[in-house]
Design a protein around this ligand. Structure first.
Ligand code: MEV
Length: 311
């Protein structure tokens, strides 16, 4: 049997914009997806035992199947002639927006590699997970699988000419508490990414302006995080949410979670991931502030995850 894991993530700045080569900032969270794989059974079977995965798995079933086929192809394994039993678990819930798909792809790729005694470096695991991500996101930037593979806080820029992406590790003075609030809506990242592409094509002037603003914001955010200026970083997260609203990837429930977090004193809050449902991330330095924001969101009937960035 082979086993492996992959990190969950929150995108702090510039989801969607990263697909077009605008820099983004992502942090892994301490929750992980875990996979175990054995060459037993008949055909390819998958048991998804992740918490909160019921609705998620149902909705993502077709994409999950495609992602595993893509992964096997990328690893040079013939799915027609192979029997695999895949088990998926870990403490990363199956919420949309926190990299559950990329984390599971990395975990499964590592587990398959171990089962087939392939000695694959992280760089190769990342490439394989990127192939698998295409099933979930259509034209992914690569930010999710990069965070899932390497962990930590990362400055990411997709290289549009096809070369290697820019991946730079950032460090925080110390880890910072965040709250992730789940709208409970399982969103389709592929549709969200395609929606942005269609609107961008229809209104290039307006979108180019928004994309320019997103680019500037990324550099300001990087400076703020490096200086550990969390107030500033939080304000920029609010600004990032505004830009994401402008490109129409937020929804009523996400805006509601962002407002709740801001009202409770979060330094900043925004949607995280593909949007259209899924999750919101709030920057809540200190245990007390984290608890205040988290319980308020829970009292409104939403699920939360209390975790840290920059671990
Ligand atoms: C999804 O977590 C992030 C998106 O920007 C898609 C991607 O970058 O692959 C929406």
């Amino acid at each position: 049997m082979g086993s492996g894991s992959g990190f969950g993530k929150v995108i702090l700045f510039n989801e969607h914009f990263v697909v077009y080569g605008i820099p983004g900032i992502v942090s892994a969270i301490s929750s992980v997806a875990q996979a175990e794989v054995s060459r037993t059974g008949e055909g390819i079977s998958l048991k998804d035992a992740r918490k909160g995965a019921e609705g998620y798995t149902e909705k993502k079933k077709t994409q999950q199947k495609e992602s595993i086929e893509r992964m096997l192809r990328a690893m040079g394994i013939n799915s027609e002639k192979t029997s695999l039993e895949i088990w998926l678990g870990g403490n990363l819930p199956g919420f949309s927006g926190i990299g559950a798909s990329a984390a599971s792809s990395v975990a499964i790729a590592r587990a398959i590699a171990e089962e087939f005694k392939m000695d694959l470096p992280d760089e190769r695991i990342n490439e394989i997970a990127y192939e698998a991500e295409k099933a979930y996101a259509g034209t992914p930037s690569g930010i999710d699988n990069t965070a899932a593979t390497y962990g930590g806080l990362i400055w990411f820029k997709k290289t549009m000419s096809g070369g290697s992406n820019i991946v730079e590790r950032l460090t925080l003075e110390e880890p910072v508490e965040i709250v992730i609030g789940n709208t409970g809506i399982v969103a389709d990242t592929k549709e969200m990414v395609a929606g942005v592409a269609a609107r961008k094509e229809k209104d290039p002037e307006r979108y180019n302006l928004l994309f320019e603003q997103a680019g500037e914001l990324a550099f300001e955010a990087r400076t703020a995080l490096k200086a550990f200026d969390l107030r500033k970083a939080g304000k920029l997260m609010n600004e990032s949410h505004r830009l994401l609203r402008e490109i129409e990837v937020s929804c009523e429930e996400l805006d509601c979670l962002v407002n709740l977090a801001q009202e409770q004193g979060a330094f900043g809050a925004k949607l995280t991931g593909g949007g259209g449902g899924g999750c919101m991330v709030a920057l809540t330095p200190s245990k007390d502030l984290q608890e205040k924001v988290a319980t308020t969101i829970e009292d409104e009937g939403f699920e939360v995850l209390r975790t840290k960035i920059g671990v």
